[in-house]
Design a protein around this ligand. Structure first.
Ligand SMILES: [Zn+2]
Length: 370
């Protein structure tokens, strides 16, 4: 397909294009659309660098959903989900993912697939379902499984198409001077998450692109051949662009309640984390154990909050939530100490009245007042 090409109006594809345009309008109104100008500008530039001549045909939408996904519709709508940004550690990794999606676009995989299935009606109804749900969503729908399933069946490709796009994603990232081993490294991390998956839960982390051993091995072999091709990872740039959202994306990830997977993810992210990133990872580790409360989790939660507090610039809410952990295990004095420290660090906290209420309960002051 040449850049900028669209199907003629008298073809069966024209109907699909209309449905895709409708879906795009819904996406533009969706509350899940991340509108932050700086983040959008950053992701768009990255997409443009990787897409080259196709840049002007692609419209990028960053979507707040905690699953690993990026997709590319044949009309040029690219979706990048925050779960994919959270799981990438640098530009070389997310660049490979974006290049992979651009590969699906340039090879017209989606249109070919919908046509081959002789199932244009099916594709149409799935597109309409996705569009309808995007238009009515509120922020609590970031875990909407119906949409996830519809979405996944629209963009689920065969192995040949995946291999073709992996090759293209790899080539595009390497051509920009990015290190060749980063795509395989990302897949290795995703595979580890998938292996920790709770099979009784309705969804894993993947909307469309399951990690497989085969895929990782192929990428690793490709990387071996290009070992000296590039040295750039773009880690500092990626960190700077995504740092303001890191905590919010971890919060969304926690909301999936797939704790074994989240632990694998936190372990991986921690290997290269420092500063605020490290503090947030330890804090959310504490949150995870406090909420899960499996055997030994209470102590793990306390240790994790304490580890967060050893990092300069840690979030003061670590004290508030460690206080709640102590409250749960009936250690009121320790709880009170943490809440006092929280209120000392954040005197104008929005939840000050709530915390003071618990503090009074813990110290018995409410009895004295009666
Ligand atoms: Zn793919």
């Amino acid at each position: 397909m040449a850049p900028g090409e669209r199907p003629a109006e008298d073809t069966d594809e024209a109907g699909l294009w209309l449905a895709l345009d409708q879906a795009e309008l819904s996406l533009q109104r969706s509350p899940l659309l991340v509108r932050d100008p700086a983040l959008n500008a950053y992701v768009r530039k990255l997409v443009c660098d990787i897409a080259g001549d196709y840049c002007k045909d692609i419209r990028v939408y960053v979507i707040r959903r905690p699953y690993f996904n990026a997709s590319m519709a044949p009309n040029g709508v690219m979706q990048v989900w925050t779960g994919a940004l959270l799981r990438s550690e640098n530009e070389a990794q997310i660049g490979f993912v974006l290049g992979h999606e651009i590969g699906h676009f340039t090879h017209q995989h989606s249109i070919k697939q919908w046509r081959r299935a002789k199932d244009i009606m099916n594709a149409l109804s799935l597109l309409q379902l996705v569009a309808a749900r995007s238009g009515t969503q509120d922020a609590s729908d970031i875990f909407d499984v119906t949409q996830l399933v519809a979405y996944a069946s629209l963009y689920k490709y065969g192995r040949d198409a995946e291999r073709e796009s992996d090759t293209e994603g790899f080539d595009r990232a390497v051509r920009l001077g990015y290190r060749a081993d980063q795509g395989a490294l990302l897949w290795q991390g995703l595979l580890a998450e998938d292996n920790a998956r709770d099979r009784t839960k309705p969804s894993g982390i993947f909307a469309t692109h399951p990690a497989t051993e085969e895929r990782m091995t192929t990428l690793r072999e490709a990387a071996e051949a290009f070992r000296d091709a590039g040295t750039r990872t773009g880690e500092a740039e990626f960190r700077a662009a995504t740092a303001p959202f890191f905590a919010a994306w971890l919060e969304d990830e926690m909301g999936r309640r797939h704790y074994p997977q989240t632990i694998v993810l936190l372990d991986r992210l921690q290997q290269r984390a420092s500063g605020a990133h490290l503090a947030w990872i330890e804090y959310y580790r504490g949150e995870l154990f406090r909420k899960r409360r499996a055997g030994g989790d209470d102590k793990r939660a306390i240790d994790a909050y304490r580890a967060a507090m050893r990092v300069p610039g840690y979030p003061p809410i670590a004290h508030r939530d460690l206080g709640f952990m102590y409250r749960t295990i009936q250690m009121p004095e320790q709880a009170a100490a943490e809440w006092r420290e929280y209120l000392r660090q954040v005197p104008d906290a929005a939840d000050r009245a709530t915390v003071e209420h618990y503090l009074a309960q813990a110290t018995g002051a409410d009895h004295a007042n009666r």
